[in-house]
Design a protein around this ligand. Structure first.
Ligand SMILES: C[S@@+](CC[C@H](N)C(=O)[O-])C[C@H]1O[C@@H](n2cnc3c(N)ncnc32)[C@H](O)[C@@H]1O
Length: 189
């Protein structure tokens, strides 16, 4: 079994066991949306939620008028997201795919969300996929996090300060790092 298949199986098992089923949006998304996204995109736009899991953020955005694509390696997670969206009365586009080989396209999205996922090789593709003036909201663990809590799954960790400079040329609207987490809101020029 290849690396992608193993990862898919592992996440399918987790979702099947009822793990990682958080349905409320991250408070960081809610705050950053009010402060940085809504003022720039008052009627929504096109959004990409990468490694979006069971869709808590994709659905939250769809409820605010966004046209959202969720991509995740777990077909179980994507199916749960689509079902959850249906129950919530909104529509999202879901794709089960390995982001390391995904074709993000160019200038397609006004907003990209990345929560609790790190694959540095796709940073340039994420930058390309944003339209000029588009925003990226990114939150994940830093190396500091390992000091606090053993992580049972193969998650990569950001170096301190790394996320701030991950998208060269972007305007950093907000950056914070504490408690083993880094949060970034950045705008493509
Ligand atoms: C910790 S969960 C985060 C889910 C979601 N972003 C959230 O905050 O609720 C990490 C997600 O990354 C997905 N994932 C892991 N490796 C992936 C890959 N190579 N391509 C796409 N998705 C991947 C997993 O299936 C899982 O849904």
């Amino acid at each position: 079994m290849g690396e992608a298949e193993q990862e898919r199986e592992e996440w399918n098992r987790r979702y099947g066991r009822g793990e990682h089923l958080e349905r409320d949006p991250s408070p960081f998304l809610v705050k950053a949306y009010g402060r940085f996204v809504a003022p720039r995109f008052p009627v929504g736009g096109t959004a990409l939620d990468i490694a979006g899991g069971i869709g808590r953020h994709a659905i939250w955005l769809a409820q605010r008028g966004w046209k959202v694509t969720l991509v995740d390696i777990s077909d179980v997670g994507v199916a749960m997201a689509l079902e959850e969206a249906r129950r919530a009365g909104v529509s999202i586009h879901g794709e089960a795919a390995d982001l390391r080989i995904y074709d993000f396209g160019r200038h397609r999205f006004d907003l990209i969300l990345v929560f609790y996922f790190l694959e540095r090789t796709i940073f340039p593709a994420l930058a390309d996929a944003l339209k000029p003036g588009g925003l990226i909201l990114y939150k994940t663990y830093t190396r500091e996090h390992r000091k606090f809590r053993a992580c049972s799954h193969p998650m990569y960790f950001l170096e301190p300060g790394e996320l701030r400079g991950a998208f060269p040329g972007f305007e950093v609207l907000r950056y914070a790092e504490r408690g083993g987490m880094a949060e970034l809101v950045a705008r493509k020029p």
